[in-house]
Design a protein around this ligand. Structure first.
Ligand code: FAD
Length: 465
């Protein structure tokens, strides 16, 4: 039932149904489902965020928090309620005396790359797609092409500013509110309050090189076998790599990586793989600036909104032959009008140095991550939608016994939701860290103001221990 909310308690820019920008403003990157919020408020500053929190609290208005709009399941949107959008909070400053940056949480990854690129000095280990918001990435973990060298993005987060459920502004870091600081690095967005700023430890990258290799798709088992046994366990942690097997067109199988060193060292590292799985095309190995490497890896994702269903899983032991056969069968029998792919990125290195209880990100000892799913062109193509969803479910089922858990930033409602009473997602995303996350939730949001389909429940609420 539509409600007649009074929005006068909001400050910032309020957009209502019927306003010219409403349709654009309510659209996320994933266009699979159309959501019709009662209103959206684009906050201009922290006070607007505080007012929004006080407003929804006082009037019992359901709401979601949004920044970069890239949630896989559109968890930053909802029907009827209010969308509190912080994407206009984009002030940023670098402090060269401490090699740190204070950045507002509405920035996209692209805005971060631009900021650091202009500095010509610094880099930061984010994900690979420019449109993704740093607010989502930095609360869920943040994996990217510098993960083996510098760890997860959250490992470089020094301090976080948050508007709490009571509307207060607090800072969370190693000495102030350390429980919140722990939970906000890996607990996923939208659980504890609204993040408005981060202090980040920047890194220096003297030299960088990239490689690109591709093979005929029939070579998948041997290419994957080699990659999964070597990429995550390489002693040289300066190399992070990805491998993609896709049904696109006549299919493709390719791998790329970032190496923090010079060309010859990278060539040496790749030689055994190239000898083992000779690619038919020339190997691309070239030096690149860090900024240009972000441009290159950004080009692998569509920059346009479109419908998709995607999920993820962590791999702790190399996948056995039957699992590889399941993947090959799935990709080569993708449904019509659906482009399916499976992507993996190597872990290990600096990411695995940090204990899995040091932050809320549990799956640090995984060897690599899988992401797989389907995209289609026309959001009204219900057959393509159903087929893509089923394809993703079937492959998840086929790989279940060989994989563990899932990445909170690859949100998948098939793993459970509050409304179905299936809380399996807590174990899948957080493993042994789930209980502590619930304790932090109880301390900071005991009334569960910040709830959504896959939120962390306070202690005492279902599910019972
Ligand atoms: C094309 C694509 C490429 C991706 N590549 C990578 C990658 O390389 N590495 C990686 O680690 N991940 C990657 N992801 C996953 C990405 O990290 C998550 O989807 C992330 O949650 C998106 O954040 P957002 O701010 O863009 O999304 P939103 O949809 O705005 O928000 C995501 C979640 O965070 C919450 N949230 C948003 N802003 C705030 C805030 N200020 N305070 C509190 N909660 C908030 C929302 O309520 C929602 O639950 C990718 C996703 C896509 C679609």
């Amino acid at each position: 039932m539509p409600h007649d909310w009074d929005w006068s308690c909001l400050t910032g820019s309020v957009v209502l149904p019927g306003d010219p920008s409403y349709n654009i403003d309510r659209t996320n990157y994933n266009t699979r489902d159309t959501r019709s919020p009662a209103a959206l408020v684009f906050c201009r500053n922290v006070e607007d965020v505080q007012n929004a929190v006080k407003c929804v609290r006082a009037h019992g208005i359901p709401f979601r928090v949004r920044s970069g709009r890239h949630s896989y399941e559109e968890l930053s949107l909802m029907d009827e309620g209010l969308i509190i959008d912080i994407s206009r909070l984009t002030k940023a400053a670098i402090d060269p005396t401490t090699d740190t940056a204070r950045v507002e949480a509405g920035m996209s990854q692209q805005a971060m790359w631009n900021l650091l690129g202009e500095s010509q000095t610094y880099a930061f280990p984010l994900g690979t797609m420019g449109g993704v918001g740093i607010a989502g990435v930095l609360q869920g973990g943040g994996i990217g092409m510098l993960t083996r060298a510098f760890g997860l993005a959250i490992d470089q987060v020094l301090s976080i500013q948050l508007v709490t459920a009571s509307g207060n502004v607090v800072e969370a870091n190693a000495t102030t509110n350390p429980d919140l600081y722990w939970a906000l690095r890996g607990g996923g967005g939208g659980n504890f309050g609204i993040v408005t700023a981060f202090t980040l430890q920047l890194v220096h990258i003297p030299k960088l090189a990239i490689y690109a290799l591709s093979w005929p798709t029939a070579r998948f088992p041997s290419v994957m076998s080699y990659w999964q046994h070597h990429a995550p366990t390489l002693r040289d942690r300066r190399l992070t790599s990805q491998l993609t097997f896709s049904s696109d067109g006549s299919g493709s199988l390719h791998s790329e990586g970032v190496y923090l060193g010079d060309l010859e060292e990278l060539r040496e590292l790749l030689l055994p793989w190239i000898a083992n799985c000779p690619p038919p095309h020339p190997v691309r190995i070239e030096p690149l600036s860090w900024f240009m490497s972000t441009v290159y890896f950004n080009s692998f994702d569509s920059q346009c909104n479109h419908p998709f269903k995607t999920t993820g899983a962590f791999v702790y032991q190399p996948l056995p032959d039957p699992a590889l056969a399941s993947i090959q069968k799935a990709i080569t029998s993708a449904p019509p009008r659906v482009s399916c792919d499976i992507w993996m990125q190597s872990f290990g290195g600096a990411m695995a140095d940090v204990p899995s209880t040091a932050t809320a990100f549990h799956h640090r000892q995984a060897q690599f991550i899988l992401e797989f799913g389907g995209t289609w062109q026309d959001r009204n193509d219900t057959d393509a939608c159903q087929n893509a969803v089923q394809w993703t479910r079937d492959l998840r089922t086929a790989l279940r016994e060989y994989t563990e858990g899932s990445y909170v930033n690859f949100a998948d409602l098939d793993l459970g939701s509050r409304s179905t009473g299936n809380f399996d997602y807590l174990d899948m995303y957080y493993g042994d860290n789930a209980a502590r996350l619930r304790a932090v939730k109880s301390a900071w949001d005991p009334d569960n103001l910040f709830h959504f389909e896959q939120s962390i429940p306070p202690q005492g609420a279902p599910p019972s221990p």
